[in-house]
Design a protein around this ligand. Structure first.
Ligand code: SF4
Length: 148
């Protein structure tokens, strides 16, 4: 199973925000540069994470992105469930739909496997993701120089 790029971008941002210094106000643009993600993708991740109450985006002077207490306490499984949704892992309902979709044991098996994947990530908290050595890697991230 592979995460969507959107979920991965969102988790990168959550991790970076989890190591923010007291008073640090990371902007969406700065986060996109540091995490090597196009600005528009990062802005969409910020909007979705804000809707979920995981990130707070403060506007104006002194504004910026913050990880909420709920976000810090979240399990990775809970976040990934929200971001990935519960669609089929295969293209059962694509256009054209799969002719086996009404009676497919593989479809059920894949749904079960996905739940096991999420259940495993339920054991992982955001706080635990940013322990060593990831914390150091996150704190060393810098925005690329302008024009690159
Ligand atoms: S074979 Fe089953 S799992 Fe695969 S697309 Fe068809 S219905 Fe979905």
């Amino acid at each position: 199973m592979r995460l969507t790029a959107f979920t991965d971008v969102s988790l990168r941002l959550v991790m970076r925000l989890a190591v923010a210094e007291e008073g640090e106000r990371l902007t969406t643009r700065a986060a996109s540069g540091m995490l090597s993600v196009p600005y528009t993708h990062m802005a969409k991740a910020v909007a979705r994470l804000s809707d979920l109450g995981i990130v707070e985006a403060r506007r104006g002077r002194g504004g910026g992105l913050l990880l909420t207490e709920a976000g810090r306490a979240s399990s990775v499984g809970a976040i990934v469930r929200e971001l990935e949704g519960d669609g089929d892992l295969a293209g059962c309902e694509d256009d054209p739909p799969c002719p086996l979709r009404e009676a497919c044991r593989l479809r059920g098996a894949l749904a079960q496997a996905r739940e096991a994947f999420y259940a495993s990530l339920d054991q992982v908290t955001v706080a635990s993701l940013v322990e060593s050595p990831t914390r150091r890697a996150l704190t060393l991230l810098r925005e690329p120089p302008a024009g690159t």
